[in-house]
Design a protein around this ligand. Structure first.
Ligand SMILES: [Zn+2]
Length: 119
């Protein structure tokens, strides 16, 4: 059995590692904003495609978000939270008027019915 996890040198703590593979540049910048908000330095890889956005379909320009290896654990906690929020908060449909509402709305934007499905 090799135990490589306890074998990090000081140098490897400041290697850039990919913490998240974003589907596109918009999502990459959301993740970057989350990390920066928590005081974690990060960089995006793949932004060089920016100049070609007119020719390449927007959803095919995947961007990797990188952080220092020493910040990996903290960054993963933040991203885990982010991904859970994304998964457990789908749009909801108003039972009264059938309008679609974003997950952050507690009341229907159309008829102001309270969203009862939140648990
Ligand atoms: Zn409604």
């Amino acid at each position: 059995m090799q135990n490589t996890h306890n074998n990090l040198s000081n140098n490897s703590a400041f290697n850039w590692i990919i913490i998240y593979q974003a589907e596109n540049q918009v999502e990459a910048n959301i993740v970057k904003g989350l990390l920066l908000h928590e005081g974690i330095e990060c960089q995006l890889q793949g932004e060089m495609l920016h100049g070609a956005l007119g020719e390449i379909p927007f959803d095919q320009t995947s961007v990797s978000v990188q952080v220092y290896a020493i910040k990996e654990r903290h960054a993963r906690e933040i991203l885990l939270n982010y991904q859970q929020v994304k998964q457990v908060a789908p749009d909801w449909v108003c039972p009264n008027c059938n309008e679609h509402n974003g997950p952050s709305f507690d009341f229907c934007w159309s008829c102001e019915t309270l969203n009862n499905d939140k648990s």
